[in-house]
Design a protein around this ligand. Structure first.
Ligand SMILES: *[C@@H]1O[C@H](CO)[C@@H](O)[C@H](O)[C@H]1NC(C)=O
Ligand SMILES: *[C@@H]1O[C@H](CO)[C@@H](O)[C@H](O)[C@H]1NC(C)=O
Ligand SMILES: *[C@@H]1O[C@H](CO)[C@@H](O)[C@H](O)[C@H]1NC(C)=O
Ligand SMILES: *[C@@H]1O[C@H](CO)[C@@H](O)[C@H](O)[C@H]1NC(C)=O
Length: 428
């Protein structure tokens, strides 16, 4: 009879093999100066795994739902976790959201209020007296218009307030998939215009108001800056962390380079198509969008000069082949036409419009599908002699600056926040 008990060395061997397999599974090449590369690899692997499991569950669930009406009604009401969006939000919550632990050292009064009929969290420095007017930052969080909220950005926003000593108003705008475009923009505009219209009532110095945001929040910040200027208001500066600046050209080199790699395991083609479909009110979006087939030939000709990479990208980022495909998919061009308007693509405006912008603080990251539109924006502003502070994080990936706490903490995130607040302090 053989013994069922494995020896210590057998266990050790199994463990080592398991470990090597795990390393092989999660390995992806990253440049030498990438901060905390193994942590990044584990995050990517984890989120891909969860997405895979959820997609499998989705299929099983659809199968059962089709087979059984009772199951369908039960599952629909009780287990909406099986939906892609809930899975992504859960993933986001367990990786970032639940680690929003405030360091009690801050010198701020923090409270929630309604501004312009929208919820806002206020981070107010304690040193101002009742007669003082405060510099202000209206902050729009990122998350692809889909995830993120004022709670999951709490550490980011209180740190910005603590380090800039400006009052920060963090805006709880409506998100997709529940609310499509322009819900987020409307809510964010409502807050910004209320602050500019009634700055005194909020003890805010109207000459020292900044708009700030990252990713989708950066998109909102710049779009709203343009609206405010059109209405005669003068924001002092706009601070953009890897902002979304356009939905027109998805063939820019940074898209081609990083979309297939799936930054953080979630910024991939499938999720991008999902976001655009939900933004647009759940219309059909097909994958030829990635070849810009969602824009009409007319719009391609009209708008391409605003971001032509051959014209505006630094040499080392330039595409090897010029590839503006001159076809269009009429199933998409009508429903997605709004994507080429400045209300969601603030880069697609004339030099005259750019000329009116306030001081721009722009931060880009190397590992980011949005890298190139940031550089194109910077180059256009430079040629207009606009006041611009552009800092490129050479070894950061999209979304990294929110990883300030918890097991996924990237030490580099603190450097990114420090860089941002340093610039805001200097220019606001
Ligand atoms: C707030 O800012 C001060 C001064 O920069 C710093 O010493 C302190 O650690 C900060 N507190 C938090 C909680 O970030
Ligand atoms: C304020 O928001 C509520 C829902 O949050 C809505 O029912 C109401 O119509 C809004 N009022 C205005 C003036 O927009
Ligand atoms: C957004 O605002 C516009 C103009 O005020 C309004 O017509 C539209 O109904 C609003 N849409 C949403 C989704 O809030
Ligand atoms: C764009 O759409 C048209 C019409 O559906 C199709 O004929 C063409 O091949 C598509 N182009 C690309 C690059 O997918």
């Amino acid at each position: 009879m053989t013994t069922t008990k494995r020896s210590y060395s057998q266990n050790l061997a199994l463990l080592s093999i398991g470990f090597i397999l795990f390393i092989a599974l999660i390995y992806q090449p990253l440049p030498q100066d990438f901060p905390q590369p193994w942590k990044y690899r584990v995050i990517c692997f984890g989120s891909k795994l969860v997405t895979k499991i959820v997609c499998k569950l989705e299929n099983i669930y659809l199968f059962l739902a089709n087979a059984n009406v009772l199951f369908q009604s039960y599952v629909l009401e009780n287990l909406n976790l099986l939906k892609r969006i809930e899975a992504i939000r859960l993933l986001y919550y367990i990786s970032i959201g639940c680690f929003q632990i405030r360091n009690p050292q801050h010198q701020l009064k923090i409270y929630d209020m309604i501004v312009g009929n929208v919820s806002v969290r206020v981070y107010q420095p304690l040193e101002y007296g009742s007669q003082d007017l405060m510099p202000a930052i209206i902050h729009f969080h990122g998350g692809g218009f889909m995830i993120g909220c004022i709670d999951t950005y709490d550490v980011v926003t209180y740190t910005i307030a603590n380090q800039t000593r400006a009052i920060v108003l963090s805006v709880e705008y409506r998100r997709i998939p529940e609310h499509s475009f322009p819900s987020a923009l409307n809510d964010s505009m409502s807050v910004a215009f209320e602050i500019f219209h009634n700055a005194l009532r909020y003890k805010i110095d109207i000459n020292r108001i900044a708009l700030a945001g990252d990713s989708a929040g950066g998109n909102l910040a710049l779009v709203i800056t343009q609206h405010l200027i059109r209405d005669g208001f003068k924001p002092k500066l706009t601070c953009l962390m890897y902002p979304v600046l356009q939905f027109f050209d998805f063939t820019l080199p940074s898209y081609q380079q990083y979309l297939p790699r799936g930054i953080l395991g979630i910024i991939n083609q499938e999720n991008l198509v999902y976001v655009i479909s939900q933004l647009s009110g759940r219309v059909l979006v097909t994958h030829d969008m990635m070849q810009n087939n969602h824009t009409s030939i007319n719009n391609k000709q009209r708008l391409y000069p605003y971001l032509n990479p051959q014209e505006y990208l630094p040499k080392h980022y330039q595409p090897t082949v010029k590839s503006l495909d001159m076809t269009e998919n009429p199933l998409m061009t009508k429903t997605l036409e709004y994507l080429t308007t400045p209300d969601i693509s603030p880069l697609l405006v004339s030099d005259q419009e750019l000329q009116k912008l306030p001081i721009i603080l722009l931060f880009t990251a190397e590992f980011d599908i949005l890298r190139d539109e940031g550089f194109i924006f910077a180059e256009r502003l430079k040629r207009l002699n606009k006041q611009l502070y552009h800092y490129h994080f050479n070894s950061a990936f999209h979304g990294s600056h929110v990883l300030l706490n918890g097991p996924l903490k990237f030490d580099y995130a603190w450097i990114m926040i420090e860089k941002t607040t340093e610039a805001i302090r200097k220019y606001l």
